[in-house]
Design a protein. Structure first.
Length: 727
């Protein structure tokens, strides 16, 4: 036994011999059986070969193919550069960094830098092979050249500065080679990054073409012209930057090229196509400096960047300049947009527009918008600018037909919409599936009606609305909405409908002959209705001129609600119900309805200086509502002037109720109210207090009534003030 901490000389010798044996067996790469390469050489048998050092300023070895540094003349070979460099002497003489001899396969070249050769890596009739993690720089003709080589994969390659003294050079040149994949690679400052000629089923995927030196970055992908075709090339998810000529060039005899998901930045020309003898080439959702486009095309066209300014409102800020290079080209163009691009544009009005050099025009023929997937499309066969025109989507904020207003902005009704039928599907949280003409689903929207009508057909087969304001989500508020100077008529349900709205102005408008409510407001706050005229609403028996449900802090001012058509009317001019608190109703004219203002289960509302004429029931009816204030109103020839039922702390002051066919003022089950300085005259009954306690009736003029002040059922506790007068 060797004592702890000590090793004898014999053991050291054994371990040394074992280490040397394993090093020889495994090789410097750590791969068992690997063969080390330290200089230019030929590989004539299968195996794993590892570069053990840099090879610099090499001229190569002389072969029948020319001077080659590493010649691979066998199948099933892996050349592992081990991170080292094969460096040549660049000049005009043809030489090769790595050359694979014809009719071999399953060759892998990886983890190596090849520079300063005429060809970096040259594959001739080599199949099912891989070039991976290889850097190619300053190679005179091509970084990688594939000739008659099929089913190969080039992955994670870097081609940098692949030019020499202004000579044209290629990053990867593919000639008469099929079913190859070029992926995840980077090309920087290369004249032609990838060139294909007579290539079939090539995939170019997830590469970056970045040309910072503008004098050499001519083309990203170049599909070369030849009497034999390029067919079924797929150019997918690549990034193109800074090319001096064209990012993608498609020459004649090119068929079925698919470009999809590519990103182009800072490009002058995105695509040039000769396409004289080809077909089936298409672009699907490529991004041209932020503009996502799809198109098919024919003949010779160029698709380029538009460098001018936006012509103004209505355009979505997305433009392309397209050259008709032969005079007979066409392009079926689709341009995509985001909701934020519209900025007050009515989506249904968006169309493709063109610029002819002096004015903009709507593209004739096939031209439309898909509002679900957000794109505008047109088949462009005329280039009004001659050899080139600028194209881009444009819409309007002018409402000339039923419209969805789903982005902030100012919208203008520019014509009467009579008997509108092109309605938009909506959902009312109470009534379910419905339809509406103008639908608002965005905050910060203003509708200017310019006095025009939004008119329905009185179709009662479904619930129809004139203007419908609702986000579509319970509890999500729309804010800062204006509806001005618009007339809404003949809708089977409500003229104007709001649900979950906040800070809304409805001004200088009219709602006429609608089946249920003129203006219907639910779950809303700070709704201001002013100078609105509502007539002949409630053709259904429970309709209202203005309906508030769970609506607070709002106002109705300087408006009129009149019903003239039906002597059996059952409507309410203004219904304030179900938790609609702290509202202000003032300076309104309310006539010929069933009930004028009807307050139900809503507290702290103020009714001030309104006029009530000839309503068949009550001018004002308050039920189940506390702390109402009724001031300076005038009621004439209503059945009841004011009714208060089961409501406490009502303040009734300085009102006039005259010639009511029943009661002037009527209180039932209503305590702690104050009746002061009112004039109640020429009614059947002046004032009735029934089952109502602790009320103050003071300084009222109760004159020329059949009955003056009447106490019903029980004598109210609290009594009457001695200052009230009766005839």
């Amino acid at each position: 036994m060797i004592p702890e901490g000590k090793i004898g000389g014999f053991q050291i010798a054994v371990w040394t011999v074992l280490f040397l044996f394993l090093t020889i067996l495994v090789g410097s790469s750590g791969v068992a059986g690997a063969t080390n390469i330290s200089g230019c050489t030929e590989i004539n048998s299968s195996g794993y070969y590892v570069l053990s050092n840099n090879i610099t300023d090499a001229t190569g070895i002389s072969t029948t193919y020319g001077n080659v540094c590493i010649l691979i003349n066998a199948s099933n070979v892996t050349l592992d550069g081990n991170g080292f460099v094969i460096d040549g002497y660049i000049g005009l003489t043809t030489n090769y960094g790595i050359y694979t001899v014809s009719n071999h396969e399953n060759i892998t070249i990886k983890n190596i830098t090849v520079r300063d050769w005429y060809y970096g890596v040259y594959m001739s009739s080599t199949h099912n092979s891989t070039i991976s993690q290889v850097t190619l720089t300053s190679n005179r003709n091509a970084g990688i050249y594939l000739l008659l080589s099929n089913y190969n994969k080039i992955d994670r390659v870097r081609v940098i500065d692949n030019y020499y003294q202004n000579y044209t050079s290629w990053g990867i040149n593919v000639l008469s080679s099929n079913y190859n994949i070029i992926s995840n690679s980077t090309f920087v400052d290369v004249s032609y990054s990838i060139s294909l000629s007579q290539a079939i089923n090539t995939t170019i995927f997830n590469n970056t073409f970045d040309h910072k030196d503008y004098s050499f970055g001519l083309y990203g992908v170049y599909l070369r012209s030849n009497s034999l075709k390029n067919d079924n090339t797929r150019i997918i998810n690549n990034t193109f930057l800074n090319h001096t000529s064209t990012a993608v060039y498609i020459a004649m005899y090119t068929y079925n090229t698919t470009m999809s998901g590519n990103v182009f930045k800072n490009e002058t020309k995105y695509l040039y196509s000769e396409d004289l003898l080809g077909f089936g080439n298409k672009v699907t959702k490529d991004s041209y400096d932020g503009n996502v486009v799809s198109y098919t095309f024919n003949r010779n066209i160029t698709v380029a960047k538009y460098t001018g300014t936006s012509p103004g409102f209505g355009y979505l800020g997305k433009f392309l300049k397209i050259y008709n290079n032969t005079g007979s080209a066409w392009i079926n163009l689709t341009m995509y947009y985001n909701e934020s691009d519209r900025n007050g544009i009515i989506e249904s009005t968006i169309r493709m527009w063109g610029y002819n050099g002096s004015s903009w025009y709507e593209v004739p023929g096939t031209n439309g918008v898909n509002t679900i997937d957000n794109y505008v499309y047109a088949n462009i066969t005329e280039f009004a600018g001659g050899t080139s025109s600028v194209f881009g989507p444009k819409g309007t904020n002018q409402i000339s037909e039923c419209a969805l207003l789903d982005t902030p902005g100012n919208y203008y009704v520019n014509t009467d919409l009579i008997n509108a039928t092109s309605l938009i599907n909506v959902t009312d949280l109470i009534w379910g599936a419905s339809k509406a003409c103008v639908v608002v689903t965005s905050s910060n929207v203003s509708i200017f009606g310019n006095g025009h009508r939004i008119d329905g057909t009185d179709d009662t087969s479904t619930y129809n609305y004139g203007i419908f304001v609702f986000s579509g989500t319970n509890g999500t508020y729309l804010e800062n909405i204006q509806i001005r100077d618009v007339n809404v008529s003949d809708w089977s349900h409500d003229g104007i409908f709001l649900d979950f709205a906040r800070n809304v102005d409805i001004v200088d408008s009219a709602s006429m002959s609608n089946g249920k409510d003129g203006i219907h407001v639910r779950h809303s706050e700070n709704i201001d209705i002013e100078n609105v005229t509502i007539t002949d609403i409630g053709e259904a028996t429970d309709g209202s001129g203005i309906y508030f449900m769970e609506t607070t802090g709002s106002s109705i001012k300087n408006s009129s609600v009149t019903y003239t058509d039906n002597p059996l009317r059952q409507n309410k001019a203004m219904l304030i119900t179900r938790g609609s608190h702290n509202n202000y109703i003032a300076f309104n004219n309310i006539s010929y309805n069933r009930d004028g203002i009807y307050i139900d289960s809503s507290n702290n509302n103020t009714i001030y200086n309104n006029t009530f004429l000839s309503n068949s029931a009550s001018g004002i009816y308050i039920t189940g509502s506390d702390n109402s204030t009724v001031l300076e109103n005038y009621g004439y020839k209503n059945k009841w002037g004011l009714q208060v039922y089961n409501s406490g702390n009502t303040t009734i002051r300085n009102n006039t109720f005259t010639e009511s066919t029943d009661y002037g003022i009527w209180l039932d089950l209503s305590d702690y109210s104050e009746l002061k300085n009112n004039t109640v005259s020429k009614n059947s009954y002046g004032i009735l207090l029934m089952r109502s306690d602790y009320n103050v009736v003071d300084n009222n003029i109760v004159d020329s009534n059949t009955y003056g002040i009447q106490l019903g059922y029980n004598f109210p506790r609290g009594g009457l003030s001695e200052h009230s007068t009766t005839p």
